[in-house]
Write a protein that binds this ligand. Structure first.
Ligand code: CDP
Ligand code: CDP
Length: 236
């Protein structure tokens, strides 16, 4: 292997990807890459510039000279800045959530952000989560996991998440409908849609505690990746 291992975690909104991937990365000494945060940051910028998120011709010029930076914060958190603005919290707002799938559907956007993600993965030693990691960004990842749960369970989790972050929590039925609409948009777009890679392991997490999901990832990693290839064994 000419690089350290890569783990790809894909799945629909609210499946628990960010939560479990962050903890798994810390436990295994892997770099954590939340690719959704990149699409969210770009969406925040598009809205701030007053551009129409649905219009590729309006979004494309914003990709020139884009300064999108990810860095590690405390407790394994990923800090995000765009063109000098720290948007770590702002990108979780309902406004950004409502528009992000429109921005993420443009071919020019996918090309730019995928290239940046692949550059970050050149040396390996990372776990990336998103929608197209195992299919488009890192198709040669050593371990691919498709993390999912029913829409009702994901809506419940999203409600807790919004409450914790201090945002207004819509009724559960409304949240479930929003999640289903985003799943549909993400799965039906032409370029790099959300879909399970053929060689991905599916983990359905309804009723599974966070700890149990993290342990399942650790077990899969140990099973698939020989210990001498782990970042810790390579002085990382
Ligand atoms: O946290 P949540 O599951 O709500 O979403 P996210 O992972 O932050 O991603 C937000 C949106 O970005 C998704 O709904 C997709 O439209 C887009 N996305 C994508 O197209 N490709 C990725 N690799 C990651 C996210
Ligand atoms: O990144 P993604 O949208 O897939 O999900 P997330 O933001 O990591 O998780 C959404 C919410 O579900 C968070 O509040 C997690 O604490 C919670 N969660 C859970 O209750 N049980 C799990 N097995 C995984 C996540």
């Amino acid at each position: 292997m000419s690089r350290l291992p890569i783990v790809a975690i894909d799945g629909p909104a609210g499946a628990g990807k960010s939560t479990v991937t962050r903890a798994f990365a810390r436990q295994m000494g892997l770099v954590y890459l939340d690719t959704g945060a990149m699409y969210r940051a770009l969406t925040w910028w598009v809205l701030r510039q007053g551009a129409d998120p649905a219009d590729a011709a309006a979004v494309e010029p914003l990709l020139l000279d884009l300064d999108l930076q990810l860095s590690a914060g405390g407790a394994g958190e990923q800090l995000v800045s765009i063109n000098g603005f720290d948007v770590t919290e702002a990108i979780r707002s309902p406004e950004v959530t409502a528009q992000v799938s429109l921005v993420a559907a443009h071919g020019c956007v996918r090309q730019a952000l995928t290239a940046q993600q692949q550059a970050m993965g050149l040396k390996g030693g990372l776990v990336a989560e998103g929608r197209d990691i195992g299919t488009a960004v890192f198709p040669d990842a050593e371990l691919k996991v498709f993390l999912t749960a029913t829409a009702a369970e994901r809506a419940r989790r999203r409600a807790q998440d919004l409450e914790r972050r201090g945002f207004e929590v819509p009724p559960l039925a409304e949240l479930e409908a929003q999640i289903a609409a985003r799943d549909h948009q993400d799965s039906s777009r032409e370029v790099a849609p959300l879909c399970q890679a053929e060689d991905a392991v599916e983990l359905v997490t309804d009723g599974m505690a966070i700890k149990a999901v993290i342990q399942a990832l650790v077990d899969l990693f140990r099973e698939r990746v020989p210990e001498e290839a782990w970042p810790a064994a390579n002085g990382v």
